[in-house]
Write a protein that binds this ligand. Structure first.
Ligand SMILES: O=C(O)CCC(=O)C(=O)O
Ligand SMILES: [Fe+2]
Length: 681
């Protein structure tokens, strides 16, 4: 399936427990694990003294919970040209250092990995680079930085309890240029802000910290003026002093000779401490307490954007995303099944989810017009308008020649307010415990990223959810079945008017969107899916966009590989030239090699980029949309962006039973009662 929103199944087979994973080294069988590791040349890791104040096993959850570290990629988090958080993980670069109070690391950017996994700087970093600039700004504005250490960091040589571990607040004491290969990079020295307490990452058996009153805040590393450029630079390395001004001839040279790659920090540079300064205070709390700001009696609290951010568990300090419709649970059975690290914390914060009125999410006076006036923007396709055949709906049909059609049934006040109609569905669905939840995206750039909407699946399991999570239609409420009735009707109307065979849907995916949520571009095509997909919109207005997929628009995959089979769709890039080459190839006038190389030449000239959407549909409360045609899902993709704080979309599909195992097949069985069958009124 090309949809980007399904989960990887649990990995269980072949998992070995710790006890039978001991390395077998002849003659060492009776040694303790640490000694065994040492004998095998694996560096042993010392235990740490304490526990991190917040932690996570996955990057999206970490960034979801910490307002000072919202970046899911890269080492630094900056906002409005200020740096607030920094991650030290595997790639600190050469000449880096960590102890209980000091962290020295490179400032990222402009890097690629070589075959051995080493980072290579591709071009000089300069002070205008956003990350560098933000660190320099935070240094001059005295803004402390929250540091996180990842367990792939090899400098500390201690056993870190989790994948990501919040360290503490640090102040930036120095930023300097360094030479990496023949390029110029940046290094930063962080110093722990509060020195009176022992760091949790100190060694378990380390000595107590030196009390503040016994510390020396006066001695500084030597600062020497360069004879060439006359600028001062600190003495950083034991091996000798060097000028740190990259434009100077003496830059990175010790006694006139280029410095070696391996250098050790001078003890004075490591041991000096900046003068305590009461005015240096962090902008955020190191461990945010989002829950203390949420009063469950406030009507909007369960749907507003901030309440689908993550929290730090008050019991075990894990960063927890809002996976569940009605709140946060520290232990998620589904995630536990697929995660090698199980967490048995029992903490839960369940919101009472007061109902959201239709009035509060619909601007239209009297909850929707009597007959919706339609407006179409010039730059998008204009549909055929038919006010007769499915009256009282307005039927808008967008046809993409040779591909398929999109039928939009525009609802109105009479339809919406009818007994068992959309108004009632919107209200009643909110009163049910539907077990909506967010699932991890399967093809996300950062593993573990959750969808920005909640979902529940009924009937035949759709790959969107793991099959154990699909509920049979026998568990569906009257409202869900009534929605299915409407969707079955809409499917039949659209398919029969296209002259095609009607297959009644046997699957229903319900999505719930809170404020700021959406579904990004995806398609609903996979081998097991029939060609027709129908959706009922309830609540807040939203906009649906349909565009050609990147590879069909550009004729190349994202890694610039020409399409094996180029359909040359209408309005694709270089349409005329691509058609001509295809015709020549099909007529045997050019070889496959020539066809490929000519296309590469033609298409490789431009930068790629996404296709502009060709269809824009405003989806209002009660509207139905039917996408019909397998090729529509193969070649095009759609996205839906709601506008207000609550919207439901119920989408029904036909899943070919041959693709579903016997046990799950019966979940798709249902019979609608006469009043659940929809008549189009
Ligand atoms: O929210 C919507 O209207 C669309 C939902 C959708 O595209 C899907 O469920 O695949
Ligand atoms: Fe979809």
């Amino acid at each position: 399936m090309a949809r980007d929103t399904s989960v990887a199944g649990p990995v269980q087979s072949g998992r070995v427990t710790r006890s039978n994973r001991k390395p077998r080294i002849q003659g060492f069988a009776s040694l303790a694990p640490e000694k065994l590791a040492a004998a095998a040349g694996i560096p042993t890791l010392e235990p740490v003294y304490g526990q991190p104040p917040a932690w996570s096993e996955n990057r999206p959850e970490l960034c979801d919970a910490l307002p000072w570290f919202r970046s899911t990629q890269g080492g630094a988090y900056h906002l409005n040209t200020l740096c607030f958080g920094f991650l030290v993980d595997a790639d600190c670069g050469d000449r880096s250092y960590i102890d209980d109070e000091i962290v020295i690391t490179r400032i990222g950017g402009n890097c690629v990995k070589d075959a051995e996994g080493n980072l290579i700087l591709t071009k000089d970093l300069d002070a205008d680079k956003a990350t560098v600039k933000s660190i320099l700004n935070s240094l001059s504005m005295k803004i402390p930085i929250g540091l996180i250490i990842g367990n792939r960091n090899t400098l500390l040589k201690r056993k870190l309890p989790h994948r990501y571990n919040v360290m503490d607040w640090f102040r930036i004491t120095n930023v300097w240029h360094e030479k990496i290969g023949n390029k110029t990079g940046f290094k930063v020295r962080f110093e722990k802000l509060h020195l009176s307490e022992k760091s949790w990452w100190a060694a378990n058996d380390s000595t107590p910290v030196v009390p503040l009153e016994q510390r020396d805040f006066h001695t500084k590393p030597a600062s020497i003026q360069c004879q060439k450029c006359l600028r001062e630079s600190l003495r950083l390395y034991k091996e000798g002093w060097m000028c740190l001004e990259p434009s100077c001839d003496a830059f990175w040279k010790i006694d006139g000779a280029p410095a070696s790659v391996v250098l050790s920090f001078h003890p004075d540079f490591l041991s000096f401490r900046a003068q305590p300064d009461a005015s240096i205070k962090p902008h955020h709390s190191l461990v945010p307490d989002l829950l203390s700001t949420i009063n469950n009696k406030d009507a909007d609290v369960s749907t507003i954007r901030i309440t689908w951010k993550g929290i730090v568990c008050p019991q075990c300090s894990r960063c927890i995303s809002r996976v569940f419709w009605d709140g946060w649970k520290c232990t998620d059975d589904l995630a536990n099944k697929s995660s090698p690290v199980s967490n048995n914390c029992t903490f839960e914060k369940i919101l009472n989810m007061p109902p959201v009125s239709l009035r509060s999410v619909l601007d239209d006076l009297e909850l929707g017009p009597i007959k919706r006036a339609l407006f179409f923007e010039e730059k998008f396709a204009r549909p055929e308008i038919d006010d007769q055949s499915l009256f009282p709906y307005r039927k808008l049909t967008y046809k993409i020649s040779g591909i398929g059609s999109i039928t939009h049934l525009v609802s109105n006040r009479a339809i919406n307010s009818r007994k068992h109609g959309p108004n009632e569905l919107f209200k009643n669905l909110q009163e049910q415990n539907l077990a909506l939840r967010r699932y991890p995206l399967q093809q996300s750039v950062v593993a573990g990223t959750l969808t920005a909407h909640f979902a529940v699946n009924y009937g035949m399991p759709y790959k969107y959810v793991v099959s154990v999570d699909s509920k049979g239609f026998d568990e569906a409420s009257d409202e869900v079945l009534r929605a299915l009735g409407r969707l079955t009707w809409a499917t039949k109307m659209a398919v029969t008017s296209a002259g095609d065979e009607f297959l009644a849907p046997n699957e229903l995916l319900m999505l719930g969107y809170l404020e700021g949520m959406k579904i990004g571009y995806h398609d609903d095509g996979e081998a097991s899916l029939g060609p027709t997909i129908a959706t009922l919109s309830l609540g807040a207005k939203s906009t649906m966009f349909i565009r050609m997929k990147y590879r069909y628009y550009n004729g190349l995959s994202r890694v610039k590989k020409p399409l094996e089979e180029d359909p040359v769709l209408e309005h694709c890039k270089f349409e005329a030239n691509r058609r001509m080459l295809k015709d020549q190839f099909e007529a045997g006038q050019i070889s496959k090699q020539k066809y490929d190389s000519d296309r590469r030449k033609l298409l490789g000239e431009t930068k790629g980029g996404e296709a502009h959407p060709i269809i824009k549909i405003e989806l209002n409360h009660g509207d139905l949309v039917v996408m019909h045609g397998e090729k529509l899902q193969n070649f095009y993709e759609h996205s839906v962006v709601p506008e207000d704080k609550l919207r439901f979309a119920l989408t029904a599909r036909y899943i070919k039973p041959g693709h579903i195992n016997n046990h799950d097949r019966k979940k798709g069985n249902f019979t609608l009662t006469p009043d659940q069958i929809y008549d189009g009124q």
